[in-house]
Structure formats: C-alpha cells, structure tokens
Ligand binder design. Sequence first.
Ligand code: XMP
Length: 553
Amino acid sequence: MEGDKKSFRITTSDDLEVSTYLEIAKEKGGEEPISEKVAEVDREAVVVIDFGSQYSMLIARRVRECQVYSEVLPYDAPWQRVASLKPRGFILSGGPASVYDPGAPLAPAYVYESHLPILGICYGMQVLAHQLGGRAAPGTRHEYGHAILRQSDVGSPIFASLPPSMPVWMSHGDQIVEMPPGFTTLGYTENSPIAVMGNEHGIIGLQFHPEVAHTPQGKEILKNFLYHICGCSGNWTPGSFIAESVERIGGQVGEGKVICALSGGVDSAVTAALVHRAIGDQLTCIFVNNGLLRREEAERTLNTFQRNLRMNIIYIDASERFLRRLEGATDPETKRRLIGEEFITLFEEEAAKLGRVDFLAQGTLYPDVIESTTSESKASAKIKTHHNVGGLPTKMTFSLIEPLRYLFKDEVREIGLALGLPEEMVWRQPFPGPGLAIRIIGEITKERLEVLRAADWIVMSEIKKAKLYGELWQSFAVLTDTRSVGVMGDFRTYGYLIAIRAVTSEDAMTADWARLPYDLLARISNRIVNEVPGVNRVVYDISSKPPSTIEWE
Ligand code: XMP
C-alpha cells in the first residue's frame, strides 16, 4: 500500500497543485513524515473529514462500533488538530455541494500527503475524483434510495467476505464519469457504472452510503476499510475511551477546580464519574432537588454519588423555593422559564460559595450539539424551550469540559457501565429538566405533586415488573386538569384524571405510542384508582409524535 509516494497530483481547495508529502514534510522544518509518526502510537483512530453531510457523525459512530476511535473534523481543520488524533486513515463524508460549485469544499492537502488510506463516500468520492485527476459530473438521473451493487472486481479487500451483489443506499446527483489515473472500477449499479473505485494505495470511493441502516452490509464494508486497508485491529473500547478522557481532562484541568450540575440522568452522571476519575476532589457536583423529581429520585442519586462513588456533592433541597416561584403559573412556557431562571440563580449562588472555579463539566452529547447548531443555523420554529440542568449558566465565565460531546446515548451508557455506575442509573429513561412540572397540567401544588408521584410510581413499577422498561423510550403518568365523575362504593366521586404515556423512539425526534398489553394497562389502572387518593379515572394516550409531543407540556 505504501507504493510510490510521489505519484499523486493533487488539486486542493485553492486549486493549487501541491508538492508531495516528502517535500511538504521538509517545508515544515524537518518534521518527521506523518506516516512515521502515526506508526508510533497504538490508539487506532480514523478521522472523518466533514463536507456537511447529515450523516457525518453517523460515519464516526459506525467506525467506533468497529472498535476504532473516530472523530468528525471540518474539511478546513488545521493539520495540527488532525495530527493530534494520529489517524490511521481518512474518511471523506458526503455533502450537499457539487465539486464544480464555486468554492465547493475540497479535501485539504494533508489528507493526500499523509499517504494514509482514504475512503470517499458519495460527495467524498467525487472530491477524490476531482482532486486526483478524474471527473465527476451531474448524473443523467438523480439516484435516491435502494440500488443493487455488483462487484466488478471480486477479491478487493473492501468487499472481503461479502457476496458478489448486495443492496445499498444511494443519495446523489453527481457521479463519476472518469476515474483518476491508477483507479479501477470495483463495483457498479444500474445507474452508476462507477459506484465503487479504488487504487493500489488504499484510496477507495463509494458512491453509496455504507453508514446508513439501509445499506445492510455497510458496516462490514467500513470494517473492511478499517481492518484490511487501514490495518486497524479494533483496539478501541469504552475502557480505552475512559483512559484517554481521564488523561485529557487531567491535562486540561491541571490544578484547577471543576463544578458539575447533577440531574440524576445518565449524561450528567457519566460526565461527573469520568471527571471524578480524572481529578478526584478537584470536582464538586451540585445537585439541586427542585421538588419536581420522581419519588425516591433524589435519595437514590445522592446515594450513588456520595456513598458509592465518594464524590464531593453539594445537595440543595430547594423544593420549597421552586414551589413558591411556580405559584399560580399554569402556562407551560412560563413554568419552564421560571424553573430555568431559578436553577441558574441557585447554581450561581452555590458556585460563588466555592470561591474560584475554573471549569464547568457538562454532559453534552452529540445529538445536543446537532440540535443546538441546527436551531442556531436554521430558522426552525420553537416548539418547547428545553431546559437541561447542564446547559444553563450562560453568564458565568467557566471553560467547558464536555467529554461526551462526540458520543451518542448508547455509547454513553456503555461508558457509564464501564465506569461502574449502577445499571439502574445507566439505563434510566430520559427525564426532562423541568421534571414533573410539565407533567402536571395547570398549577403545581404539593398536593398535586403527591398525586402524580404516587401514580407515576405505580406506572414505573408495573412496567418494570413486566420487563418492558428497557424497551420503552419513556413511560410515565400525567396529571391532567380534568376532573370527572365516578362511583366508589355507593358514593359519587369527582376525582382527578390520570393519563398514562408510554412511547417507543430512537431519538425523541419522532415517537410512537407503545402497544402495551391490555392486562398490563388494566393492572396499572386498577392500582392507580385504588391506591392513589383523589384519582377515579385513568386513560391511555394513543398519540404519536408528530403531531403530539412526548411530554404533555
Ligand atoms: P417532547 O415533549 O418535546 O420531548 O416530545 C422530547 C424529549 O425531550 C424531553 N424533554 C425535555 N428534556 N428539558 C429536558 O431536559 C426539557 O425542558 C424537556 N422537555 C422535553 C422529553 O422528556 C423527551 O424525552
């Protein structure tokens, strides 16, 4: 695969023909050639160069699923940033541009000069063709959806152990009409005569998307690239993520002080546990009980962190304070705003008592990063103001530590387990920052909170008993503002109406109501009306998102 290192002629974003890797290495003042540096490290990483595809992070995630570390970096990331990851190869993502658009993003010269293997996906493949002397052009037909890929060169390592034909997912307008010198066709579809191309230096282009679930063998193809072309062995595990993060956080924090807001949820819990492993008592966690938590939630969270993990925790029971602040509030957005404001005030008061604090650790995950960039960059309508305990103190001048920034929820869970957090905490269903306040329609009072807690407890325990807790995205009770007539014994009642909500979802962006078994619903309903004073009717919410949302407020 090493081959002749001077064989490429490369066009970069500035349309310059650049010198070869050895010359560049010299220009950089005698720095060692990149590939030699790469050989020194044992962590295997592959960098995804992002051209703006909605799937870029999914590529990185698939690579990590193959036990090779991966991060997505923008196409104009400086070499130093890339070099710090010591990559074994590059993947060029798809993207919305056409390589012939003026100013279309192209791969930086170092991608080619490193002489590491490169996998170009969709637009990334067109970039390869364009920069290495081939030609992409608008296809006669845009191609979206399923296609059958046939290997034209059975035996290429990119197809190791794969059948001669397989379904793949296409989504492109342009296609390759002329391969760069030295490339051959490795696969084709009905509409793309050059659906896969490659050369002897380990540079491969795929016109389809191997990262999406609609390409069933896509992960195998990526694995072949990583294992057979980049030479990775798959040594990246949650354990190695923890070891690296601990080292990085330790280096970043030095002697500094860090605070972290705990919510009881898995993201802030894993963040805190990870930071704690790196810097021990330099971390102080602040756990605010806003009085809007589920039954036993505060006690369990405290127990885990204080007793089991022996972390520094400031516990503030601010239930009364939040309840006072929420008095009379019935509008959902007002409730969220009041809770958010009160939380910031409290958090700031407590942080100030600690003296100088340098860092704030937050459990930001990759979907949060996408959500916030999307809402910043697009004029999307605001449905709900999400309040997360981790994301608030905008006025404060801390540096941020966000060790989970590139991970998805299931990866975070794996890391939580590897850190020794209790299963119950790691597999907890998501719970909104404003807590039960947005599950009580209308005013929040102590009495109504108690009714909801009792009903919610029954829902939770019956769902767990039925072994459905892990299969549902969320399952909970809602206290509505409707009262209805009932009869108990010989008496008329006029009681609360509880709604049960249980949904399945991948990411909360869409959700379907869960088809819970009737006998389970019957047990829940029966227990609630019998055990929760003041409730005489239970209904099951059978609406999906959209058009409904998961929470009622
Ligand atoms: P919706 O109700 O918008 O909820 O379909 C989608 C997901 O987000 C959670 N959620 C919140 N989480 N702060 C949070 O931390 C909030 O203000 C908030 N509102 C909704 C909800 O539980 C579901 O998982």
